[in-house]
Design a protein around this ligand. Structure first.
Ligand SMILES: *Cc1c(COP(=O)(O)O)cnc(C)c1O
Length: 223
């Protein structure tokens, strides 16, 4: 099933994006090592986890068979278990987290690539900085040596009608394009991480180049 799902997903991505490069992250939270191995055998190169402990367990079992992404809310006291072991931390959204990544990166001699997570719709149930927090976060990051911003990430609101999330994706693309014109220290716009199982097509149409897809690949999660 997983293999067929991935094939169907890749076809759908291609039908929306054509030849444009799209980075696919298979979100494997709650899924077993065997299921992830099946996905890797079907071509998956990157997996996303939202809990540090679960991420570390999977890293222990899978080693360098796949690349890892931390996509969930990250507590500062867990930063040391993530630094240098993930391709990207997608969820950088506050100065305390930036300070901690800098501190732990410095201790390990590792420059960590991250994305800034934005909460465009200002949902209080979601992580992510507000748009107006961006200048302050950028100013702080420019002073750092062990953290490098590679783009932006968002989790769009759940809407019955997908047309209602398009403005969020559009706003993200607008900010992404604006920041890409600037010449900040340590900040470049390479990845725009947005789009999940139910909304990746709309996200890709609005300019996403990195999607995080779980249930479409692995089926529903049982918590
Ligand atoms: C779980 C999760 C996803 C994937 O969600 P699906 O709806 O299963 O595709 C993507 N991004 C984040 C941050 C997640 O926590």
């Amino acid at each position: 099933m997983i293999k067929e799902n991935i094939q169907a997903l890749v076809n759908e991505i291609q039908s929306v994006s054509g030849d444009r490069l799209v980075h696919l992250i298979a979100v494997s939270k709650t899924k077993t090592i065997e299921e992830i191995q099946e996905a890797i055998a079907a071509g998956i190169t990157d997996i996303g986890e939202n809990k540090v402990q679960e991420l570390n367990q999977k890293q222990l079992a899978l080693g360098d068979a796949v690349r890892y992404h931390m996509i969930g809310h990250l507590q500062t006291n867990k930063v040391r278990n993530v630094i240098g072991t993930v391709e990207l931390i997608h969820s950088v959204d506050r100065s305390s987290l930036i300070e901690e990544i800098e501190k732990r990166g410095k201790a390990k001699g590792i420059v960590q690539d991250v994305l800034l997570q934005l909460n465009i719709a200002k949902e209080d149930t979601k992580s992510g900085a507000y748009e107006e927090d961006l200048p302050g976060l950028i100013e702080l990051i420019e002073t750092k040596e062990y953290i490098r911003v590679k783009g932006l990430m968002t989790v769009a609101p759940i809407c019955e009608n997908l047309e209602n999330v398009r403005p969020v994706f559009r706003k993200m693309k607008e900010i992404f394009d604006q920041l890409a014109l600037m010449h900040y220290n340590n900040i470049e716009m390479v990845y725009l991480s947005m789009g999940m199982s139910h909304d990746f097509k709309a996200a890709l149409e609005e300019g996403s180049n990195m999607i995080r897809v779980g249930s479409y690949i692995f089926g529903d999660r049982n918590y």
